[in-house]
Design a protein around this ligand. Structure first.
Ligand code: AP5
Length: 213
């Protein structure tokens, strides 16, 4: 299964992708995580990407297409994978289709996480992530047992630089301008399923499994 998770920032794509890793054993390919890892390694790519990400803008298509092209060639992607945060523009979706066609593969399903913007600001501003294992929390709805400490590995929790209110607003605007047209792209290709991402995470997970049938 090659699965695309579509939806605005904070709609729960990463949360559900991590659950699918445990449930289906498909790797999660998150361009956001790849770029943040490049930033923490202070690589040339990371330095370039940081300038865009801190402003809430998209990193150039050529950069993220290159990342995904390399990652999908790795052995763990042979039986499928979850794309979380890619594609984000029509040129990225077209490049993905071309890339997969060259490997005699294709996107099987795109699932849209539908939710209104007003719910996303509190989700994003309250999000905390483990610096070590990447586990995700929310200061109100998914609290760790001890404040600021990861339940899974005991490392500290941090807030993403782009989860500040002014950057969140910019990311939402970019989503509506540049990423939302992908809904129509996958609807026309008859690959689109839509779920209500405002439901509690367990219910979203059930809807996601339904959408994969
Ligand atoms: P990226 O890292 O992809 O961020 P995003 O798409 O903005 O998505 P988020 O990670 O913010 O949200 P999510 O939907 O995964 O929600 P989550 O599960 O974390 O991209 C960051 C930046 O990198 C971009 O702005 C861009 O600059 C660059 N970039 C990345 N990919 C790119 C590309 N392809 N092209 C160009 N540039 C690219 O959940 C959020 C919070 O809500 C959490 O606290 C969680 O606990 C909580 N939550 C989750 N589900 C629920 C629920 N059902 N009910 C209540 N709370 C919930």
């Amino acid at each position: 299964m090659i699965l695309v998770l579509l939806g605005p920032p904070g709609s729960g794509k990463g949360t559900q992708a991590k659950r699918l890793i445990d449930e289906k054993h498909w790797p999660q390919l998150s361009t956001g995580d790849m770029l943040r890892s490049a930033i923490s390694q202070k690589s040339a790519l990371g330095l370039e990407a940081k300038g865009y990400m801190d402003k809430g803008a998209l990193v150039p298509d050529s950069v993220v297409i290159g990342l995904i092209a390399e990652r999908t060639k790795q052995a763990d992607c042979a039986n499928g994978f979850i794309l979380d945060g890619f594609p984000r523009t029509i040129p990225q979706a077209e490049a993905l289709d071309q890339m997969l066609a060259g490997q005699a593969r294709r996107v099987d399903r795109a699932v849209l996480f539908e939710i209104v913007d007003s719910e996303l600001v509190s989700r994003l501003s309250g999000r905390r992530t483990c610096v070590q294992c990447g586990a995700m929390y929310h200061i109100v709805t998914a609290k760790p047992k001890a404040d600021g400490v990861c339940d899974k590995c005991g490392s500290s929790l941090t807030q993403r630089d782009d989860d500040k209110i002014e950057v969140i607003q910019k990311r939402l605007a970019v989503y509506h301008q540049q990423t939302a047209p992908l809904t129509e792209y996958y609807r026309k290709a008859e690959k689109l399923k839509v779920l209500d991402a405002s439901l509690p995470a367990d219910e979203v997970n059930r809807a996601l499994h339904q959408a994969l049938k």
